[in-house]
Design a protein around this ligand. Structure first.
Ligand code: GRG
Length: 307
């Protein structure tokens, strides 16, 4: 399990993921040095280095490598995308949003450093993302490509991206899931989850010197795996809650969260997941099949994860 795939039987995705995550973690570590007074840098490092899966940086690097670029060229952008992601998680967990106590297996940022510091840690990551990607990449790529990449990342955050998804998500609270509709659910996922994955992939292609056509293929690939991630998440919510009824894993399903199985049923949700995985893979057909291997494996990993 997890070792190899059809096109490249010797490819081990788990090892690939771990080794990329290690490079990203090392780059993130040096991107936020500790200055005195310590609190704000500590708060930033606490969440940034808390050990997420680093899917977005991996996607950025793999997309860059797909079109012939290398890891080093994509690294600062990969870190920038992860900084924006961490920023969104810290703010999402605040009492005025999701009011969450635990994130990445640790107490949330505001639980440890207080709400004011958590807001500021998020703001710091937002600024640091753009500083990191622009300062660290100058000399690697043309100013024109850099501007395009910055525009792409900015676009994924605001009212065309994360913020839009969060606004609609917050305004859906208390709606009867049956009345909320599939369109609303898809809007939320396309903005809260897919938008930043799209930016990660597209920026990777831009850094690697890819064409407009390649950019759009990777955009579509990332949109599919973003939705796939959420459909699988919803399916796991249901299957877990029936397996261990009443335990915390199934809490959301029981509380009446808006999910795919709730709207279209479990069987149709599984079909949708398979369709999205296939659609994601199709976007990679025109590329060098060895270079596409990590991205094919990423789609399969997201489709078949079971916790
Ligand atoms: C200030 C950038 C910013 C945004 C404000 C708070 C907000 C608007 C949006 C919330 C966005 C959000 C929390 C989306 C959830 C996306 C998601 C699928 C999170 C889980 O991602 P994983 O599984 O987590 O990749 P790890 O911890 O592995 O990185």
């Amino acid at each position: 399990e997890g070792k190899g795939n059809d096109r490249n039987p010797n490819f081990d995705f788990k090892s690939y993921m771990i080794s990329k995550a290690e490079s990203v973690n090392a780059a993130l570590d040096v991107s936020v040095p500790l200055f005195k007074p310590l609190t704000i840098e500590e708060a930033v490092r606490y969440s940034l280095l808390a050990g997420g899966k680093r899917v977005r940086p991996l996607l950025c690097i793999a997309a860059c490598e797909l079109v012939g670029g290398d890891e080093a060229t994509a690294m600062s952008s990969a870190c920038a995308v992860e900084m924006i992601h961490t920023n969104s998680l810290i703010h999402d967990d605040l009492p005025c949003m999701d009011n969450a106590d635990v994130r990445r297996g640790k107490p949330t940022n505001h639980k440890v450093f207080g709400e004011a510091m958590a807001v500021l840690a998020g703001d710091t990551l937002h600024a640091l993302a753009f500083e990191t990607m622009t300062v660290m990449s100058s000399g690697f790529i043309s100013p024109e490509r850099m501007v395009r990449a910055v525009t792409e990342l900015a676009g994924a955050i605001g009212t065309k991206g994360l913020v839009a998804g969060q606004v609609i998500d917050l305004s859906s609270e208390g709606l009867n899931p049956e009345d909320a509709g599939l369109e609303r659910l898809e809007f939320i996922h396309l903005h809260k989850t897919a938008a930043l994955l799209e930016a990660a992939a597209v920026i990777g292609v831009i850094m690697g010197g890819g064409t407009d056509e390649e950019i759009e293929k990777l955009r579509k690939y990332a949109r599919c795996i973003g939705l796939l991630f959420q459909v699988v998440d919803d399916i796991l919510d249901v299957t877990k809650s029936t397996e261990e009824l009443g335990k915390s894993a199934g809490k959301d399903a029981i509380a009446g969260k808006l999910t795919y199985p709730r709207l279209i049923g479990l069987e149709k949700s599984r079909e949708l997941a398979e369709k999205l995985r296939r659609e994601a893979e199709e976007q990679l057909l025109g590329f060098d099949s060895v270079k596409a291997t990590p991205l094919v494996a990423l789609a399969s990993y997201i489709a078949s994860r079971n916790n």
